[in-house]
Ligand binder design. Structure first.
Ligand SMILES: Cc1cc2nc3c(=O)[nH]c(=O)nc-3n(C[C@H](O)[C@H](O)[C@H](O)COP(=O)(O)OP(=O)(O)OC[C@H]3O[C@@H](n4cnc5c(N)ncnc54)[C@H](O)[C@@H]3O)c2cc1C
Length: 176
């Protein structure tokens, strides 16, 4: 980017490990399903997210068109072929876990998908410059929290480019 400081930004998701000698994230595969639109009662009416912090974890949320998204059932590998072959079985398990929790809500799976993500040892993303790559800014290792960490990354990298102090930058630096 051209600006007060000329720099490169690297935000290529889990492919980013290709550019770094330092191993910063553990790659895993995660699964999710979305239901057909359903009449939401009880929990559904409240439109809140549920996150079960067990191992394996489970999360549930609703959408604006009254679908229910259920996710989890992670696997500890990233091979895309092996990962995708498991979609039907994982979709069935996720639907079963939902029905056990909410037997009164009719749940029919409409979509099922999977993806790879990188988790770090302490659960925080890595954002900022790396000593091996002067003038390059990285943002990676979001785990399952890409919505929050990507916004923080945008703010931290914006401030670095503008030469401004960012209070969060310390938390996410590579040599923490
Ligand atoms: C199934 C699943 C469910 C999830 N659910 C949630 C959730 O509910 N909430 C949440 O906060 N997060 C969730 N996440 C995590 C979130 O999606 C990720 O943390 C986030 O998408 C990572 O963003 P990113 O920009 O780092 O990488 P990505 O979104 O993977 O984007 C990287 C992009 O770079 C491109 N790219 C790679 N290499 C190159 C190259 N050499 N040149 C050019 N382009 C390249 C890729 O094609 C890709 O488009 C989920 C992830 C998965 C897989």
């Amino acid at each position: 980017v051209r600006g007060p400081r000329e720099a490169h930004r690297v935000c290529t998701g889990y492919e980013t490990e290709t550019y770094l000698k330092q191993k910063v994230a553990r790659l895993a595969s995660t699964y999710a399903i979305a239901s057909e639109p359903t009449s939401l009662t009880g929990w559904g009416e409240k439109q809140c997210e549920i996150w079960e912090h067990a191992d394996p974890y489970l999360y549930l949320r609703t959408t604006k068109d009254n679908r229910i998204i259920v996710g989890g059932e992670d696997e500890d590998f990233r091979d895309p072929r092996r990962r995708d072959l498991l979609i039907p079985r994982k979709a069935e398990t996720l639907a079963k876990r939902f029905r056990e929790l909410f037997p009164d809500i009719a749940f029919e799976t409409a979509y099922a998908w999977t993806g790879t993500f990188g988790e770090t040892e302490d659960g925080l993303a890595y954002i900022g410059e790396h000593r091996d790559w002067p003038n390059a800014f990285f943002a990676l290792g979001y785990g399952g929290n890409g919505i929050t960490f990507s916004l923080l990354a945008a703010e931290i990298i914006r401030d670095a480019l503008l030469g401004r102090r960012n209070e969060d930058a310390e938390l996410f630096r590579f040599d923490r």
